[in-house]
Design a protein around this ligand. Structure first.
Ligand code: AMP
Length: 118
């Protein structure tokens, strides 16, 4: 299912430009338009799922696929665990910063990061 008013659905459909770094049958990955680190990539399922809260148990394979793709993309960008490492983030709900309601993983790296996040 795609949603005509969803920015990520439109990117996946090729209606909006993006800097793609990965595409497969389940998901795509592209550079964030407003990067918060030297590397900031979004891993996005092709299927429109509004957030992690909408990802039911039946979608466990999809969720695993997204995580493994995040690791693959991070490593392809040179962010190995043994170098600087990387952070994966899923914002769920406007209260913690979700602004696009199509599930996505942020992959961030290339600079030191503190914990806890703000
Ligand atoms: P979130 O705030 O967790 O929902 O993350 C949404 C992310 O999508 C933000 O980091 C935005 O900068 C990013 N974003 C919004 N529009 C675009 C776009 N057209 N291309 C790439 N990234 C985008």
């Amino acid at each position: 299912m795609t949603q005509a008013d969803c920015i990520f659905c439109r990117i996946i459909a090729g209606e909006l430009p993006s800097r793609m770094v990965h595409q497969d049958e389940v998901c795509v990955a592209f550079h964030d338009i407003n990067p918060q680190a030297p590397v900031h990539i979004l891993v996005v399922p092709r299927e429109h799922v509004a957030s992690l809260d909408e990802a039911t148990f039946e979608r466990r394979e999809l969720l695993g696929h997204l995580l493994l793709t995040a690791a693959r993309v991070a490593n392809a960008e040179g962010l190995t665990r043994k170098s600087s490492g990387y952070r994966t983030v899923i914002n769920t709900g406007a209260g913690v910063g979700q602004s696009v309601f199509h599930l996505h993983l942020h992959v961030l790296g290339g600079r030191p990061m503190s914990w806890p996040p703000g």
